[in-house]
Design a protein around this ligand. Sequence first.
Ligand code: ADP
Length: 586
Amino acid sequence: MFTIFTKIGWFIKKHWWKYLLAVTFLNIASLISVLSPKVLEYGIDQIVNKTLTQKTLLILVGCFLLIIFGGYISGYVWSHLLFGASIHLEHTIRKYFFRHLLKMDRKFYEEHVVGDLMARATSDLRTVAMTAGYGVLALVDSIFYLVLILAMMFFTIDLRLTLVSLIPLPFAVIVVKVLGNKIEKAFSNARNAFSVLNNQVLESVSGVRVVRAYVLENQDIERLDQSAQAAYDANMRVFKIDSLFGPLFRTVFSIAQIIAYGYGIYLIFNQRLSPGQLVSFTIYLGMLSWPLIALGDTVNIMQRGNASYDRIQEVLNEYPEVKEPEAPKALGQTFESLEINNLTFRYPGSEQDVLKGIFLCLRRGETLGIVGKTGSGKTSLLRLLLKQYRPNAGQIRINGVDIHEAKTEEVRRFFGYVPQEHILFKGTVRDNIAFGKENATEEEIQRAIDLASFRKDLAFLDEGLDTLVGEQGVTLSGGQKQRISIARAFLLDPEILIFDDSLSAVDGTTEKTILNNLRHERRNKTMIIVAHRLSAVEHADHIIVLEDGQIIERGTHEELMANNGWYAMQYRHQQMLQDEVVSVGD
Ligand code: ADP
């Protein structure tokens, strides 16, 4: 149960003085709180014996004031230190977790769903943080405070009265334990039900267009209704057990109080107990409820914290497929050449090579076009270039250095990647364009807009560059999103610009304009264009045609046309289709 403390031991060790102070003040607060019934007891006995003087009364009032003040100060210190440490731990692990997520590669994200990672980064993390704050409080109070109260009852009041009154209390412990476990289980079910509902709402909202298009609203609403009902039922169950807990717990305590009063009054009649003692005794009895609850909580929190810590650690224990070299070689400042030498690759866990024996050479200022059927390996080749995977054989060299012998960060610095699915972040259009270059000047942004042919779109946006776009850029068309992504890449002006079928959603004329701009503006820079529409690679210095992971044709546009292979056929076919579209349009 206490293994969680060894797991977060590194944190406690680092902040040991905070914990030492917090526990010290927590115990001072307990000590102060067990003193107050004693002061009351003394006062009552003085009244009953008619010996209370004005001076004693003033001293008693003074004592109470001191107790209140002392309780306040110590309470402030321990709660500040303990809960502060808990927030600190949450922050530290979250930062670490987030950095870890940023380091992870495609394989990791293929294996983990976002919802699950989010749950680990939020609720699991909070549970772990709770052990470092409330957990420590509950643990300390369930030991020291409990012992202190019992000691006061045993040694300063009456041993037998204490033993007799404590008879019902084991039941309170059982109530805490049994119902506590049930609440825990019901609570976990409620959390799962909520998580299911959450996922479904997310799915429904993001898929609302498809749902509407297929006229499946009713089924969708029914599915949501069912999940909402399940979440409601699960939550009701929590409250049903929870509402049973309080009264049952109080009843056990009331029985203990009745026994204390009965036996206590008997002792008073026999002059073995003073009225003041009986009053302080019943107060102590009432005080026992918190450490008993804390005892139950300690067990639950430790167990939950332990499980949550393991879930977080599980993610932290995963390493990216591509490891950083121990003695990285420098690539230099500018890009000079890219060589791919007999490259073979298969995805981890897969049994089929998706790239086989690829040879390539690209120099500064050249453009490479990669074409081929869907599934021929184009994207996989780009992923290898971006060092997202390690090849099974062969090398990729930049400036003569194997990219796996250089730092990933340095390799990626050379590339600007415009992906197929365009990702827009929450913020303005301007923020999205300047994403990779925060200190971009207005002039640079305006130029990138022109080069990416985004100028005409700006007129349709209510607030121009300051228009807010949603997380998925819902208010923009696919073409507009593509042009923003392209403007982003233009602004970054990388050594090697990769277009991963990035012009698929723009029309032929815009494609031509953007490509012309690229050729003109990036005369000395390198480009890699993956495209389905062959017109996008027509002007490339080298074109390769991939099929089943192999290069089946290579050359310039003219050479490939003369070759009369897949490229030439596909090109003519696409031209014909385009002519048809134009003539229909006419
Ligand atoms: P293209 O970009 O030319 O359409 P891809 O490079 O995406 O082709 O895919 C090449 C092959 O690799 C396909 O057979 C595809 O199914 C497979 N593939 C793509 N991604 C993965 C992956 N993450 N894990 C396993 N196989 C994959």
